[in-house]
Design a protein around this ligand. Structure first.
Ligand SMILES: C[S@@+](CC[C@H](N)C(=O)[O-])C[C@H]1O[C@@H](n2cnc3c(N)ncnc32)[C@H](O)[C@@H]1O
Length: 253
């Protein structure tokens, strides 16, 4: 299970039980695997290294960070991508991070998953305290999270419903649903169009998947789409920049 890219195993858009508990099993004791989606939350080859390769480098980060830079994410999961971003930005300037999550994990599960990454130990307790205080088990509303140089908001609910209602914009997107074959709800063309609609001029996306239908949906939504070397055993991943009036806008320095 290294996030295989296969054709969807059921029609995109088919409803998944929204109140289903995440239902985890644990690989090697620390890698959470969703029973509902039959997929791991991050690469079995190293979640933190994957985040840095796919989502940070894939978006030209941390080089593009500046005061007010906005990141958005589909799939908060364990918060590992958030914490890797916190660690990648020591300032100056303050970042904004918005993540969309339908099935928030209980704090003890997040804590267990993060023990695999000693590097995040300095910032994980802050996330866990704030997450627990916000109330595990909620499935609607928002969870605000604050770190020294970054403010985050986790928007709970199905991204297909919450993203169209979001009034924010992102300079960089982390597209991190479970694999398109297992979690087609996170990759349909209309959701990719919403990602584009919520991307600032010059904004970018990165994702670990190179599935053809996802790449086509992102291109149709208005992104340049580039295949890049993937992480671990994945040969390819995908990055892109929003096209404006038919021309790619270079990422802001
Ligand atoms: C691969 S995991 C994300 C890993 C995460 N970025 C991390 O750093 O741990 C995919 C996430 O997408 C969430 N998800 C699946 N379907 C969703 C939907 N329709 N709307 C919002 N979130 C969804 C899952 O609950 C899961 O947390």
């Amino acid at each position: 299970m290294t996030r295989p890219d296969q054709p969807p195993d059921r029609p995109p858009g088919q409803a998944r039980e929204q109140t289903a508990p995440p239902g985890l099993e644990w690989r090697d004791g620390v890698i959470p695997v969703s029973r509902v989606f039959d997929d791991p939350y991050f690469s079995l080859a190293g979640g933190l290294d994957e985040t840095r390769h796919v989502f940070l480098s894939g978006n030209g980060l941390p080089n593009r960070f500046r005061d007010g830079f906005r990141i958005a994410e589909l799939g908060f999961g364990t918060g590992l991508n958030l914490l890797a971003t916190v660690l990648a930005h020591s300032g100056p300037g303050h970042l904004h991070y918005t993540s969309f999550e339908a099935f928030p994990l209980p704090a003890p599960d997040i804590a267990r998953a993060l023990t695999a990454f000693p590097e995040v130990a300095q910032v994980a307790p802050s996330l866990l305290d704030q997450w627990a205080a916000a109330g595990s088990g909620r499935t609607a509303g928002t969870i605000p999270l604050r770190f020294a140089n970054l403010t985050a908001t986790v928007i709970l609910g199905d991204a297909r419903a919450t993203l169209p209602m979001w009034d924010g914009m992102a300079d960089a997107w982390f597209l991190d649903g479970f694999s398109p074959a297992k979690n087609p709800e996170m990759w349909p063309p209309d959701l990719m169009a919403q990602v584009a609609r919520h991307t600032a001029p010059g904004g970018s996306f990165a994702t670990y998947t190179a599935a053809g239908h996802v790449r086509r949906a992102l291109a149709e939504a208005g992104f340049t789409v580039t295949r890049q070397p993937g992480f671990g055993r994945k040969r390819h991943m995908t990055t892109g920049t929003l096209l404006v009036a038919g021309h790619p806008v270079p990422p802001t320095p």
